[in-house]
Each structure stands twice: as structure tokens, then as C-alpha cells.
Design a protein around this ligand. Structure first.
Ligand code: OGA
Ligand code: MN
Length: 295
């Protein structure tokens, strides 16, 4: 199949030629998609009629083991009974639009801060695959920022300053910024993880800034200096030229590389319109795991 990607933004992000991912099982096409991810960091596939099991199976074919340690499992039970399938919706357990003061809604609002998925875990998330089932008649977009371009355009002094630094990420932190409160036992389950601030992405060998609102501090730095630097880097990384805004259509599958991008949800009238997407995220572990699930 002649699979091609058309760049939809000057810096990154590509849209695929028509393809039905449910039917993609061959190593060659899967390799082409991975190569597309290496180049574009965000790929858009239109008109994907995935059912849950098909979305889960495709994610494993493409990138191996699935992440099941979402932060939200500490807050509420997964609506689908499968922690690998994240409920990215404004619906409650009964499928009704959540009330403004619903605790799960308030927790989910944290997605409006720039972040990467599962950076508060080790292993963290690698590819996230978000599938649109129901989209509002108003804009309810997702923005992506290219963290490779962000790194490349840093002044040389900053590159030298941040080389080798590590940071601590905690999902509790990004929620606490917004005033969300955790019980001591919830807090206990959300210890977070430490990751390098600058990464070299295998295969493409491009360097990338690993930032997220989950970051609490730079290891071995005083808190204020660390947080100020992380803020400056985030401001630099998310400047307009670096951001692709995705306008969802039903059936879209958007795949992003969490090592190479940050993303955030944009606000909409979520008390009025239903918005229902489902996300599957793979674990950022060694690629050889693919051999076991590839065929
Ligand atoms: C996610 C996410 C943003 C959105 O699925 O990980 O952050 O716009 N989604 O729903
Ligand atoms: Mn996310």
C-alpha cells in the first residue's frame, strides 16, 4: 500500500493518505508508520472506525506493551473496565455529562495544561493514540508542540546549562496547580518518577526537551530556580510557531510521540456538549518488545 504523509504544519505533524488501520498487520506498513512518527512526531489518520478492542490491538501491533498506570485510576474506576483504555470524555459512569463540581471533571481539567502522557511513571508513555468517537459542534481542539524544534532553537548557553539535568514528574503536582486536593492515601499512590530533561530519541537521534506541567523540580537544584527554568523552557517550547492545533472530526485517530511533543486540551463548553475520545498509550520501553507482538 502506498502510504504517504502530508505535512500539515511548517514544523511537524503529518496527515496520512487514506488507510484502514484495523486491517494493517504487515510489518512493512507498520514500519512506515513508525518512520512517519520519527519524522512528524504527530500523525493524523482520518475515518478510523475502531471499536475498543481494535484500537487496543492496533496500538500493540504498532508499538508494543500498553501503559495501564493512569493517574485517574486513583480517583475513579475506569468506565470500560480496562485501564489501558483511557476515557477522555466529559461523561460520568452513567454516560451523562459531568456536573461542574464532579471530582473526575476537575481532575480531567488538568489536561488543559501542557503535558506529556504518563511522564509521572517509569517507564513513561511513548506513543499515545487518541480516537474521536463524539465531537462537539463547537471547537474542542487539542494542541501539540514540537519539543525537538523547541530544543533545536534554544540558545547554545541554555543547551549547555540543561545538559544532563533530571527532573521529577508527578501527576499530583499538575492537579494541585489547579487547586485539586488529594487525600493522603491518594497522594501515597502518586509518587511520580524522575526522567532526563533532554533526551535523544532512538532511531531519529533527534534531541528533545522533556517537559510537562507534571514537573515538580529539577533534581539537585533549589526549588525556585528549577521551577523558573522549567517555566522559561515551557514558554519557549510552546510559542505559536511551534504549535499545531488539531480540530477533531469523528473517526480521527491521532498518534503522538510523548518523547517528542507536549499537548494540551483547549477549553469548550463541556457542561453543554458531549465530547468522547478514547486513548491508548504504549510504554516507553526498548523496541525489541515489538518482535513479540509484531506479527
Ligand atoms: C490525552 C489528552 C487532550 C484532549 O488524551 O492525553 O491530553 O484534548 N487529551 O482531550
Ligand atoms: Mn494527555
Amino acid at each position: 500500500m502506498a502510504l504517504t504523509f502530508r505535512k500539515v504544519h511548517p514544523v511537524f505533524a503529518g496527515e496520512s493518505s487514506p488507510i484502514e488501520l484495523r486491517a494493517v498487520h504487515d510489518a512493512e506498513t507498520l514500519a512506515k508508520i513508525r518512520a512517519g512518527m520519527d519524522e512528524f512526531a504527530v500523525l493524523i489518520f482520518r475515518d478510523q472506525p475502531f471499536a475498543d478492542a481494535e484500537q487496543l490491538a492496533f496500538a500493540q501491533r504498532l508499538d508494543g506493551r500498553l501503559h495501564e498506570g493512569t493517574g485517574s485510576r486513583v480517583i475513579a474506576k475506569n468506565r470500560f473496565g480496562n485501564e489501558a483504555l483511557s476515557d477522555i470524555s466529559n461523561l460520568d459512569a452513567d454516560g451523562e455529562i459531568m456536573k461542574a463540581d464532579d471530582r473526575r471533571r476537575q481532575y480531567t481539567l488538568g489536561n488543559r495544561l501542557w503535558h506529556t502522557d504518563a511522564s509521572f511513571k517509569d517507564p513513561a508513555g511513548r506513543y499515545s493514540m487518541l480516537h474521536a468517537r463524539v465531537v462537539p459542534p463547537v471547537a474542542a481542539d487539542t494542541e501539540f508542540a514540537d519539543m525537538r524544534a523547541a530544543y533545536d532553537t534554544l540558545p547554545v548557553e541554555t543547551k549547555a546549562l540543561i545538559e544532563g539535568l533530571r527532573t521529577h514528574h508527578s501527576i499530583a503536582h499538575s492537579r494541585q496547580i489547579l487547586g485539586f486536593e488529594f487525600s493522603p492515601s491518594e497522594q501515597d499512590q502518586l509518587k511520580g518518577a524522575i526522567h532526563p530533561l533532554v533526551r535523544t530519541i532512538p532511531r531519529s537521534l533527534r534531541r528533545s526537551l522533556y517537559l510537562a506541567s507534571h514537573q515538580t523540580r529539577i533534581i539537585d537544584w533549589p526549588l525556585p530556580e528549577g521551577r523558573l527554568l522549567l517555566r522559561d523552557l515551557t514558554e519557549h517550547a510552546t510559542q505559536r510557531e511551534n504549535v499545531y492545533r488539531h480540530e477533531w472530526r469523528v473517526g480521527d485517530l491521532v498518534i503522538w510521540d510523548n518523547r517528542a511533543t507536549m499537548h494540551r486540551a483547549r477549553p469548550f463548553d463541556d457542561g453543554k456538549y458531549r465530547r468522547e475520545l478514547r486513548r491508548v498509550t504504549t510504554l516507553d520501553i526498548e523496541q525489541p518488545a515489538l518482535a513479540a507482538v509484531g506479527s
